[in-house]
Design a protein around this ligand. Sequence first.
Ligand SMILES: Cc1cc2nc3c(=O)[nH]c(=O)nc-3n(C[C@H](O)[C@H](O)[C@H](O)COP(=O)(O)OP(=O)(O)OC[C@H]3O[C@@H](n4cnc5c(N)ncnc54)[C@H](O)[C@@H]3O)c2cc1C
Length: 414
Amino acid sequence: MQDQKIAIIGAGLSGLVAAINLENAGFQPEIFEATDRAGGRVKTDYREGYTFDHGFQVLLTEYPATQKYLNYDLLELEKFYPGAVIYNQGKQDKIGDPLRQLSLLFPTLTSKIGSFADKLKILKLNTELKKKSFDDIFLAEEKTTLRYLQDYGFSSDIIHNFFKPFFTGIFLEHELKTSSRKFEFVYKMFGKGSAAIPKKGIQAIPNQLMAQLKQTKIHFNTPVESIQDQQVIFKNGGVEQFDFVIIATEASHLISNLNNQHTLWKSVDNYYLSVKQRVFEEPMIGLIADDEALVNNFYYVSKPKAEEHLLSVSIVKPHELSQEELKDKITEDLKTYVGIDPLEFKRFYHIEKALPIMQTVTYMLPKSETQLKDQIFLAGDQLANGSINAAMLNGESAAQAVISKIKDGFINLG
Ligand SMILES: Cc1cc2nc3c(=O)[nH]c(=O)nc-3n(C[C@H](O)[C@H](O)[C@H](O)COP(=O)(O)OP(=O)(O)OC[C@H]3O[C@@H](n4cnc5c(N)ncnc54)[C@H](O)[C@@H]3O)c2cc1C
């Protein structure tokens, strides 16, 4: 057993993975978490027999970090088909990867979205990205995703009617301004694996990480006010001394000289509502491509045979509607573009800080770059790219840096 005192601030995925790494090296870290549960942005409420994730998010099964830290079988992953059902000007089109889901071959080939040349380019890009390493992707020159798609030769039709609605839901911005590195990474992940949600909701992910912790003490409802050298100062006035501190959340509000380095965030609204109609049977994501629509994407949370279906609807475009006005607009969008009549609005989440806005994105933070001060280390997705994968890898990186500092006296690069 190692006797150094190590504090981790934040029980999101990054903090939990940091703790797993420290435990595996014989330490007994303590996590201080502001809220009453672990998982941070990965959260589910269980009410009236329904599973309500806080915002639509998926695990991409090809993420190296989730493959390393999670047991997919125990998560009972429910996978989406590789594609989407797109609504545009009153028409429904299915488009996807027929090489992995044969039933998508005919609808994809006959879909009116994009030219035949576009469809061939989608397959070509797939093949090219499968061969690219993460270094190839994350060391490449960055441009906006929109510019990247245009430079690749995709038609404005397929950009507007497929890439834009699809990636709006992933990037949480509707102009495709996000870095081409992130686009290539996500496209590569989609091309090889599946998008999936655990049967018990997305919160099953942090729950599984937490279950791996045997020597870590988690203090819930314990917000940290600031960190001064090795002192952790709590909002309740308490102060505790640690040998090392890993800040697994945005650090600017905790460290005085980082005050001017605030992360900017992208927001999303997520409404759950019950509906009678099931407009497609397959486990797919529905997208509304019409410019006038506010709803970006929707999916059926419940299984096709249920009498009443629970629909999750995401709104990404900025708006100033009240909750009531938003309900009206969602009702109008679903009726007009998709042909669904909402029955009852059940739950609403506005997630103000959903994904960090990044000037430049990287795959992960190398060990040596996690160190802020002698005894203070940084983790969290906002230091590389907003994703489950980056959150976990940065937690691992910070913990490994601390371990190597203790064992070797310096941060070795291995
Ligand atoms: C709506 C939505 C959709 C998303 N979609 C996807 C997706 O499809 N695929 C994907 O890969 N990723 C997605 N993400 C991103 C993914 O959820 C995040 O990258 C990941 O959860 C970040 O984990 P983290 O540990 O770095 O940060 P966080 O989850 O933010 O954890 C930080 C923790 O620190 C705690 N904390 C903060 N300040 C203090 C303090 N002062 N004292 C104590 N504790 C503190 C917080 O309460 C929180 O628990 C999505 C996120 C959202 C919100």
